[in-house]
Structures are given as C-alpha cells and as structure tokens.
Design a protein around this ligand. Structure first.
Ligand code: DQA
Length: 145
C-alpha cells in the first residue's frame, strides 16, 4: 500500500510563491525528494496537489481505503477545514501534518490548525526537509502498527 502525500491550495505555485517564506523548491522538486526518500524506506508514494477542498476530502477517503498512511499539507485549509479534519478522523492509518513554514512564527490566524486534531504528529518550519522527516515518522509508525 502506498503512502499518500496530499498538498492543498496554492502549493502548485511553490518555487515562485513568496519564496522568502516557502523557498525556491518547486512542487515537482518536492515530489522527487519524497519519492527518493520513500523509496529508500521501501515505501511507495501517491503525491498529489489540489486547490479544491472537496477533491482533498475525496483523496483522504481514498487513502483511508487504499493507503498505508497519510502526510498532509492542507495549506490554508489547515486553518479552516472541519471537513478535512472529519475525513482524517475517519482514517485509522497514521497521519502526519506538515507545513513548510513555521506557522507559529506567522500571523495569529495560522496558529490554529484543525488538521492537528487528527494527526499523530506535526512538523513545521523545515521547508521541504519536513516532508522527508514526515516520511520517516510515518515509516516508523507503520512498522510499529
Ligand atoms: C502552509 C502554511 C499555511 O498557513 C499556508 O496557508 C499555506 C502553506 C505551509 O506549508 O507553510 O498555504 O501550509
């Protein structure tokens, strides 16, 4: 079973979007990095991005049925989406929440994430490296299960 790595709104613009906040790595670079890391740990990856909340909810449900675990960077939906939280709560596979930026160093409205209520753990502030750390954490959660 693959691990699902789901990316929310505006993450398709990585590399050109506020590079001082999110870095210069593109989403394709990030995907490559994740595939390489997962490969080294013997895991397959479904790496996806959508700007739409409903598509993200559908993919969480797909991961619940077909996946070994989930890594989610829900972008701005982290701070608004009870629908994504509910979908994640329905999953009995491990969930790791990731943010490229340190959301606690930023505007107060970014300090709360609904997604965290369904996550085994949260990694933020380490840019693309955070995804690799999340893959490691997920691999260990999966092998402990
Ligand atoms: C983000 C942080 C969110 O607050 C923001 O809306 C994003 C990206 C991050 O990866 O740092 O779109 O999830």
């Amino acid at each position: 079973k693959p691990i699902y790595i789901l990316n929310g709104p505006n993450l398709n613009l990585l590399g050109t979007r506020e590079p001082e906040v999110y870095g210069t790595e593109t989403l394709a670079d990030l995907e490559q990095r994740c595939v390489r890391k997962a490969d080294a740990l013997g895991l397959a990856v479904e790496f996806r991005q959508s700007n739409g909340e409903s598509e993200l909810v559908d993919w969480i449900q797909e991961a619940r049925a077909n996946g070994a675990g989930l890594i989610v960077n829900a972008g701005a939906y982290s701070h608004t989406s009870i629908a994504m939280l509910d979908a994640l709560l329905a999953c009995d596979v491990p969930v790791v929440e990731v943010h490229l930026s340190n959301i606690f160093k930023r505007e107060p409205f970014r300090h709360q994430s609904y997604i965290s209520g369904a996550a085994k753990g949260v990694i933020c502030g380490f840019g693309g490296l955070g995804y690799e750390l999340a893959i490691e954490a997920l691999a260990s959660a999966i092998s402990d299960a």
